[in-house]
Design a protein. Sequence first.
Lengths: 277, 631
Amino acid sequence: MTWRERAAPLLREPLVHFLLAGALVYALLSGRAPDIGERRIVVNAGVVEQLIGRFKQTYRRDPGPTELDGLITDYVRDQAYYREALRLGLDQDDDVVMRRMRNKMVALATSEAEAATPTDAQLQALLDAHPDRYSPEVRLSFSQVYLGADTDATRALAAPTLERLRGGADPATAGQTIPIPRDFANAAASEVAGVFGDAFVAGLRQQEPGAWGGPVDSGLGLHLVRVTGRSAAAKPRLADVRQALENDWRAEALRKAEVENYRRVLAGYDVVIEMPK
Amino acid sequence: MKSRMILAALLLAGTTLAGCDKVSNAMGGGKSAVKVAETAYPERVYWGDTHLHTANSVDAFGFGNRLPPEEALRFARGEEVTSSTGLKAKLARPLDFLVIADHAEGMGSTMALYNAPRIMINDPTVLRWYDMMHEGPDQSVRAMAEILQARAKGTLPPMFRDPKASAERTHNVWNTYLDTVERYNEPGKFTAFMGFEYTLMQGGNNLHRNVIFRDGKDKVAQIDPLDPTNELTPDKLWDYMDAYRAKTGGKVLAIPHNSNVSNGLMFMMTDGGGKPMTAAWAKRRADNEPVVEVTQIKGDSEAHPFLSPNDEFAGYGTSGWDIGNLMLTEPKSKDMYASEYIREALKRGLLLEQKLGVNPYKFGLIGSTDSHTSLATGDENNFFGKHSGTEPSARRPMIPQNLGTGPGRLGWQYLAGGYAGVWAKANTREAIWDALARREVYATTGPRMTVRFFGGWDFKADDLKGDWVKAGYGRGVPMGGSLAVGKSGAPSFIVSALKDPDGANLDRVQIVKGWVDKAGTLHEKIFDVVWSDMDKRRLAGGKVPAVGDTVDLAKATYTNSIGAPTLATVWTDPEFNAGQRAFYYLRVLEIPTPRWPAFDALRFKAPIGPDVQMKAQERAYSSPIWYTPTV
């Protein structure tokens, strides 16, 4: 087994990627890898270039000699204080530091997931796992006549009105005027629920298609209804729901990346919880 | 020191957001798009919020909002999300459309400041705010209140006042946002608009506008949102909108809001700069701003008791909002109300039209939330607060606006937020935007009542039978329209209102009429045109008696044993004068129901002071129908 073969699993290990990425980010920011214990503060050419670069981003010109001195002096001051503070353990028990470190860890762990693009196979798998979530909504076609608020008097109206309608009376002459349509064609169940309330959709389901029936309860009162059509449950097709699948896949990938990262981190610790007596 | 701050912000924006850009570009927009057919005329009302803030807004983030636009879109579509304070949040009913309108100025900058290395910040004031933000939610809210105060007083540290410095970050945040919106726009099912808030202010006086595009990313990405920081009037915004139209062939409109805290500046008799209004200025205003957001979390701007002393229902949601401007940097005097409340503004529009030939204030009405939590909640029993610092908790009904840093409004004076009802021919960007542009829209304070309103010259009571909606469109004009002139007799109106299927019964429907006489005097009158139990509730002293009250505050409930589920009538103006300019709009009142503090008192045992309004009659306002005499 060569060293390459031995290292291969390690190089596939996300934690290693993560540590390498972290070191890289730090190196980019500071010009070199950190060594807190070291008593030498080196402001090398890379650091100076970076200080100049940041200045130029703001002022769109090079810093003058005094300004550059100021930038370097400040950098040294930052480094000295920072290292000394760590040496003294001032980062311990500091909520702000702790939260910042946690946020950085999470950001690094999820950055890869954010950039990932799902394959069709992955999307199909998500679709197969949750067909209900992506299947096309049941669509309803029906007519309704609004009788009024659910009272005894209204209920008493139901039977004679129903008889008239079944005898071929024009629905436009029956019931009360309301500012929603009498006839719905191929309306999504959620749309019907938005207009009438959830109970009405459940009530429609109980009705035999074809003939006038009811009364059916809604959030508005009582209705007589004639169901004329209901779409059969259909299997969702990837092409029709690709955008929703991609949105959900990505959200889930981010969540998973964070959870898995935390699990890995936590695995390196024994957690002991002692409740107050 | 200025340099370090901006630089840190730019750096962070550049590094952390670059990842998102790539993904979104790869995703593209509207991958499941289908062709959606429009109906011959609007058959149903679509519900939405045109005014929602996410973590990208400079103040929302400071107040603790950590939810990006994607979460806001998922929530509006009806999915459950976790709020910034860790609460599970879900709408009882999804919305049909959403406009995320984050503040253009400093878009994403508080997030960038928060995420910047502390070492990059040298300005002592900014550093203090930075530390407060990291200390915890309470201090973060206080820091944000200070930042907003400083902005209103013009004492922000220099970096905050330099729009150029943040242009690059804004560009990145904006484009990431556009990608997200594109991914969630689903024609026929859920419409996600692109837009931003133009937070124009004079001192602490609110002249804010929400800018809403009709188009997709192909056009909208050709421009960045406009920063209002150094502006005092809306003229630059209108230039920007014109430039967008010229450059892209797209369409855009702007919606002013919170005229109630403009301290007399939103609906002036002069132009924005205080000079005499010209016909050209009036036309620009009317063309660019066809709709006003009349009700939202920060109060209601329909009518004030000072202006409408004979209207016993005026003053809804004015408590606390009528004491000063938005930032409370300047108290309000009574002479300011006339240019703050929409009823008076609609009347002024008639007078200005009489003088100029153009009505600058010919606007329709919508409600929205202005929520800064990324959660477009409008229901009293599901109010998630003005911002993340006031998400549900025991203390929020009595919490002061500025956390005690100055005198101010208390938590309970905030409303639960409103919604926009839109009569559109389909649930698409094009159809909903077009309905806004033609003002076929209405406002509610949250409940989803269905409201129809048609004006014509020959409507009779019999028209309510049969296919009356078709007749309404065929022989008249819908809300937002103008009556055809040259007909004889008085105009008649078809009025139909239906309760929210999950809500309270209706008390009454009123027609609010405003007009201007030959002498240029402005008038208003409210007609109760239809109400519940009309046979029992006879007029007393010319007024309809109160509907009653079934609210049980201990349980935060009410019963629909009073009121009516639906009210309809055909009404003819009995005092019509064919020589006078006039407008008519509907006000639909629900029976009394518990307000959100009643739910907080029940759920969290929240302390409630003696002045707290615990119930209210929620309402809908239709866009007006105008009458203009032939000259």
